[in-house]
Design a protein around this ligand. Structure first.
Ligand code: 5GP
Ligand code: MN
Length: 317
């Protein structure tokens, strides 16, 4: 792959490297940055990983405590940005972004903003961790058991445990190779799937109880304001993940979950059945994502924002 060659060259030319992914990191974001962090350490690079606040779901992973939240120096050679098609969603300030001499973007979302000097973008990959698996093999970097753990976390979380339709035979082959390094895949799965707090369970109950249904059940909508999230004791990073429950009801084509954030903004999370492409709508409203999972931050007041998104989807279902 042409981009792999250019990306490799960029890494070989660089010494001081920072790695970042999107804010509110999911398993794919955390997995890719930590896997790359360890991989570049084996090349003796001066490598740093930026990790914003994350869900306790991931606290079983090692090296998270080595994450920093900003760049301490005036300039650095290379910024590697994972899992974000949108520069403004990266967990790095504009100032720290501009301190990078070069930027390497590695992503698997629908193309939106090519903010890198080199952009390795493959929307055919269900997880950026699978793309990174290919790239590390291309770089001839040994995928140790530890690196494999992070790549596995990313692939498993972004594919719904290898169940979503974007999962390919290459994904299964990659996972097979990762498991052959000796990772404890059942323990990793257990940690990811059984880490919910009681307050999160109460948030799910609250949101589902207030669910609104449109078009005979094809559209499901739920909203939780920030005060409620706070009073239930749910961490901001843990307040997502409701949308999948809405979609899991038979006959649902579009699930919309809106949550208030501590900064006063409203985050919209979209999920779709195989019949609808929610990325189109997310991009239209200033966000992005994949066909079956996308999101954006609402620009309007809640009532108007809610109305326009529901109207938009009524045209599609
Ligand atoms: P989630 O609903 O899990 O927050 O996000 C689903 C998918 O949509 C993810 O792949 C995520 O990267 C993308 N996404 C969510 N919110 C935004 C956003 O505000 N901007 C962009 N560009 N993508 C988003
Ligand atoms: Mn991803």
């Amino acid at each position: 792959m042409w981009e792999f060659r250019r990306a490799k060259k960029l890494i070989n030319m660089s010494n001081k490297i920072y790695i970042v992914a999107h804010t509110n990191p999911d398993g794919d974001a955390i997995g890719s940055i930590l896997a790359m962090y360890l991989a570049l350490k084996t090349l003796n690079k001066d490598v740093h990983v930026i990790i914003p606040s994350y869900s306790k779901t991931f606290s079983f992973l090692e090296h998270l405590d080595e994450g920093i939240d900003k760049v301490e120096e005036d300039s650095y050679d290379l910024l590697i940005a994972f899992d974000s098609s949108d520069r403004t969603r990266l967990a790095i300030s504009e100032e720290d972004f501009s301190k990078a001499k070069k930027v390497l973007m590695i992503d698997h979302h629908r193309e939106k903003d090519r903010y890198g000097d080199v952009c390795v973008i493959n929307a055919g990959k269900p997880a950026v961790c699978e793309l990174l698996f290919d790239f590390l093999n291309y770089m001839k970097i040994k995928i140790t058991r530890e690196i494999a753990t992070y790549l596995y976390v990313g692939i498993i979380t972004d594919t719904g445990s290898l169940s979503y339709s974007n999962t390919t035979t290459d994904t299964f082959k990659a996972v097979s190779k990762l498991i052959s390094t000796g990772i404890n895949f059942s323990e990793i799965m257990y940690n990811i799937n059984n880490s919910m707090t009681e307050s999160k369970l109460k948030l799910i109950a609250y949101a589902i109880d207030r669910m609104e249904v449109y078009e005979g059940g094809k559209i499901r909508f739920a909203y939780v304001d920030y005060e409620t999230i706070k009073s239930l004791g749910v961490d901001e990073e843990d307040a997502e993940g409701i949308t999948n429950y809405l979609r899991s009801v038979k006959g649902t084509d579009v699930a919309i979950y809106v949550r208030g954030k501590s900064d006063g903004s409203l985050k919209v999370s979209l999920r779709a059945s195989e019949r609808v492409d929610v990325s189109e709508v997310a991009i239209k409203f200033g966000g992005g994502g994949h066909k079956r999972a996308a999101g954006y931050t609402m620009k309007e007041e809640f009532d108007i924002g809610k109305k326009v998104v529901i109207e938009e989807f009524k045209k599609l279902v």
